[in-house]
Design a protein around this ligand. Structure first.
Ligand code: GDP
Length: 528
């Protein structure tokens, strides 16, 4: 019988955060290569292309230059099992990204050496900060001319408010790139373009004082690096594992993802120091990963991942215990027992049937509309993991049907799209309108496209007088009933059956709040 504590301790579950174009996809590909998950660099990209050829939905993604779907990739590395959760890249999908970040134990931040800290990195960092997620940093594209490394670290420290502890340091940059020095081991790894492509096998010197090194990189460069290292070691912080785990310090690596340079040094350090699954808060008590019974929460729902199977998959992060294929689990929100048959794991090569899974792993549960984002599964205990919010949408549109006979399909389509979490769906108490809420405009286009493609419904989305939404909560049944009667014209039911106030203006919202003391207006809906 495998030991839950030992299996949990082997897991490293993380996500990559970056501004588009910094090199997330390229780095992912190289990491998978080290995990032996793919044979040849380039497979991640080519897989994308072959899929988009089979699905119009993917074609939209491609056309817009966005990646809407996100996936989970698992690979072994040494004694560890690494789970890399992909985050969608487009800004409109921030909410989705947020929820992926609730399901990881640490993050890897990729920064373009020429561009430094960019706007999207700042936003993602804010999200990580809310949970003190430990972060490692990879400064990419060292084979190009970029900014002064000392200046870049200063920028990370001042803009992102996190201490930097360089672990590798570049020797030259762009055309003059010669390698990196590992500040902890003292080793020098040479950059040999072309040699590092599939696997890192660069020449390694035990230290910067190795007499052979000068011949390889030149006396001038050696002097330059020595001076710089003296400066860096005097001015920067040494790596402090506790500060890193507390989210206060980020170890920094330099490299070039496309040349597979500096990546293995990062990965080795990552599997050694990044946190294994940690305890998670629930409504009643923290859950320890080593607990024998299974628990987990759903952080993402995705439809039609595979055009051959028009299914919906709920992604569950395992928080404790052991998942075994076919086991029964307790779906806390509905109070029902469900059989988790045919759950999926996400080996990087392809989806596979999961025989078992451990804390830190993600499994895909086939879902026929009963599972929502934020739902908890256990082996019977009625607890719910907290901190996986649904944000109040900022934009609203009324769905208009071209063919009135297709109302049923439209309702079904909207409800299913809402389950995935990128859009929200509201049915006002007093009208037959179908209102869609989103945090970004692009989501309406995506919704219209998918309604046509997947449900055969031609629809359009038109302006509607709604400024914002608030979830209503009130423990006093009488008060709630009174509120419902008075405000019926502004009230709606969301996809999960919760009562929501759709305010036509901010002023209206404020007045409604003032007139209903004792009624809570929540800007996020968390599963309770
Ligand atoms: P993403 O948008 O963050 O996923 O970025 P990609 O991985 O798609 O990379 C964006 C572009 O930068 C692509 O054209 C890559 O080939 C290129 N790129 C990635 N890493 C490097 C690198 O180390 N050096 C150079 N010169 N280009 C790179």
């Amino acid at each position: 019988m495998p030991d839950v504590a030992a299996e949990a301790a082997r897991r490293r579950t993380f996500a990559i955060i970056s501004h588009p174009d910094a090199g997330k996809t390229t780095l992912t590909e190289k990491l998978l290569l080290f995990g032996g998950a793919i044979q040849m660099a380039g497979s991640v990209k080519s897989r994308k292309t072959s899929r988009s050829a089979t699905s119009d939905w993917m074609a939209l993604e491609k056309e817009r230059g966005i990646s809407v779907t996100s996936s989970v990739m698992q690979f072994p590395y040494g004694e560890r099992i690494v789970n890399l959760l992909d985050t969608p890249g487009h800004a409109d999908f921030g909410e989705d990204t947020y929820r992926v970040l609730t399901a990881v134990d640490s993050a890897l931040m990729v920064i373009d050496v020429a561009k430094g800290v960019e706007e999207r990195t700042i936003k993602l960092m804010e999200v990580c900060r809310m949970r003190d997620t430990p972060i490692m940093t990879f400064i990419n594209k060292l084979d190009r001319e970029g900014r002064d490394p000392v200046e870049l670290l200063d920028e990370v420290e001042s803009v992102l408010g996190i201490q930097c502890a360089p672990v590798t340091w570049p020797i030259g940059m762009g055309k003059r790139l010669k390698g990196v020095v590992h500040l902890v081991s003292g080793e020098v790894h040479l950059y040999e373009p072309g040699r590092n492509f599939t696997r890192q096998d660069s020449t390694i010197f035990a230290s910067i004082d190795d007499p052979q090194l000068e011949a390889r990189i030149g006396a001038d460069m050696l002097r330059e690096v020595r001076d710089e290292l003296e400066l860096v070691q005097g001015a920067s912080h040494p790596f402090d594992v506790d500060a890193y785990l507390a989210g206060k310090q980020t170890p920094v690596f330099f490299g070039s993802a496309v040349n597979n340079f500096g990546v293995q040094l990062l990965l080795d350090f990552f599997v050694r120091h990044a946190p294994a699954p940690r305890p998670r808060e629930t409504t009643t008590r923290p859950v320890e990963p080593a607990e024998p019974k299974l628990s987990g929460f759903v952080f993402k729902i995705q439809a039609n991942m595979d055009p051959m199977h028009r299914d919906r998959v709920a992604f569950m992060r395992v928080c404790s215990g052991r998942f075994v294929a076919g086991m029964k689990a307790f779906h806390v929100r509905s109070g029902k027992e469900v059989k988790l048959a045919n759950a999926l794991t996400f080996m990087a090569s392809d989806r596979e049937i999961a025989a078992e899974a451990w804390p830190g792993d993600v499994i895909g549960i086939h879902n026929h509309g009963t599972v929502s984002i934020g739902d908890t599964f256990t082996e019977g205990e009625a607890i719910s993991f907290t901190g996986i919010p649904n944000f109040a949408p900022e934009l609203f549109r009324r769905a208009r049907l071209r063919d009135p006979l297709k109302l049923k399909q439209l309702q079904k389509g909207l409800a299913q799209l809402a389950e995935e979490g990128a859009t929200q769906f509201f049915r006002p108490l007093m009208s037959n309108d179908l209102i869609l809420g989103a945090v970004g405009v692009l989501q309406f286009d995506v919704a219209a496209y998918r309604l046509k493609d997947e449900y055969g419904v031609e629809s359009a989305f038109e302006q509607v007088q709604v400024a914002t939404a608030r979830w209503i909560r009130c423990d006093d049944a009488k008060k709630l009933e009174e509120f419902r009667e008075k405000n019926a014209q502004y009230l709606a039911i969301d996809g999960a059956g919760e009562l929501v106030y759709l305010a036509p203006t901010r002023v209206n919202l404020q007045l409604a709040q003032e007139r209903a003391p004792g009624v809570e207006f929540l800007a996020t809906r968390e599963q309770a």
